[in-house]
Design a protein around this ligand. Sequence first.
Ligand SMILES: Nc1ncnc2c1ncn2[C@@H]1O[C@H](COP(=O)(O)OP(=O)(O)OP(=O)(O)O)[C@@H](O)[C@H]1O
Ligand SMILES: [Mg+2]
Length: 440
Amino acid sequence: MSRLLVVEDDAAVRTTVVTFLELEGYSVDAVASTSEALERLSENSYPIVISDIYIDDRTGLDVLDAARNKDPECSVILMTARGTMETVMAATRGGAFDYVAKPFEIDRMLDTIKRAEAARQDKEDDKENVAGPDDLPESEMIGSSAAMVEIYKTASLVAPTDATVVIEGETGTGKELVARMIHRFSARANQPFVPVDCGSIAPALIESELFGALKGAYTGADRDRMGVIESANRGTVLLDEIGDIELNFQFKLLRFLQEREIRPVGAARGKQVDVRVLAATNRDMQKLVDDGKFREDLWFRLNVVRIVIPPLRERRGDVPLLARFFLNKYNARYEHSARLMESGLKALQEYTWPGNVRQLQHLVERLTILAANGRIDAEAVQQALTSMESREEPVETLAEAEVEQIRRVLAATGGNKSRAAQILGIERKTLYRKLERIKL
Ligand SMILES: Nc1ncnc2c1ncn2[C@@H]1O[C@H](COP(=O)(O)OP(=O)(O)OP(=O)(O)O)[C@@H](O)[C@H]1O
Ligand SMILES: [Mg+2]
């Protein structure tokens, strides 16, 4: 459900509105002044804003402006006891969704909100209709191999439940993407999706990172800090690289999964949270369990439903679809019109893709830039792969990186040196000097 912002200076009216809306299941932020409203709007985006017109020195029309500037799709419902023709007209011109006279019946207000939500949904549906198969939303998963279709099925069955899911696969296979899909097709879709990379958090900090910490719980904790899990409340948390969690925190994580209760570091008592937990890993979890590095009971708790994404080299049939998808995307982004030749596609299909889809995506981006208006053939693919492979080891010196960057930008500008210098942020003279030196 949508999160709403209520702007009303009269405390009694504000409390009434908030109470009713919360009973209806909405989460509500409520403020008493225009300045607070503008502050909230600069930080968050609200699909629906309900504002009084006469608040303080500024008015509900200022709130309306700010909300619509932030998000043109925002529905602003204005209310007042002293509505005039002028204010109603101004509100309508400013794009207010509706205008409610006070005192209002709460059912009327709810109807208006429901209509605003429906209007918004209609607009979204329209967007999807006009979108051709080539410009699906960024998060869309591509792939029609049997293995991927199985994954779609499992994901769509498990999405609407609150079941914990473990997503396994090599790096770059799309584990986070699958997690996002599960969230997007769940009842929590409008609530936060929060991924947390357990592998990159120092073991000493993981507890406070996930569960939060009270002020003074450790040196440097100068204020209460909300943990990642609480920030995902009502939504979904993705515990990424779950296999990297150290044994001594595993028990606390297990307790959390059992009780759905977090206890911030330094807090005397725990608090209940409502989060759906997804986990991802590129490690062999069974082996970690066998080696005593991962608690078996925790593994059982997590592993309710398991989705294993095969590496790209085991579903080469997906390579053409993915390559064309990324080609269209980057042609559009860079305003290029690179074309993928049969020989180029064949070269892509034969490659082993140790970095899986992410690597393919980067390679296609690179090819699209370099082959401005041009052809992506076997040779171009080979070249790009060679330089990509050599770049995987961090042996590149600053000087080498500079040469490479100049080369890329020149290729992207079709050899236009003025334009290249501009993009590189150096003077044309300097670029000429550098070109001379590196004999390009
Ligand atoms: N099937 C797919 N269709 C479209 N894009 C995909 C697909 N699989 C992966 N990608 C893209 O590849 C990139 C890597 O995906 P993602 O981050 O989900 O991988 P991951 O498995 O979480 O990798 P890592 O283990 O390195 O974190 C992303 O940009 C993602 O959008
Ligand atoms: Mg990932």
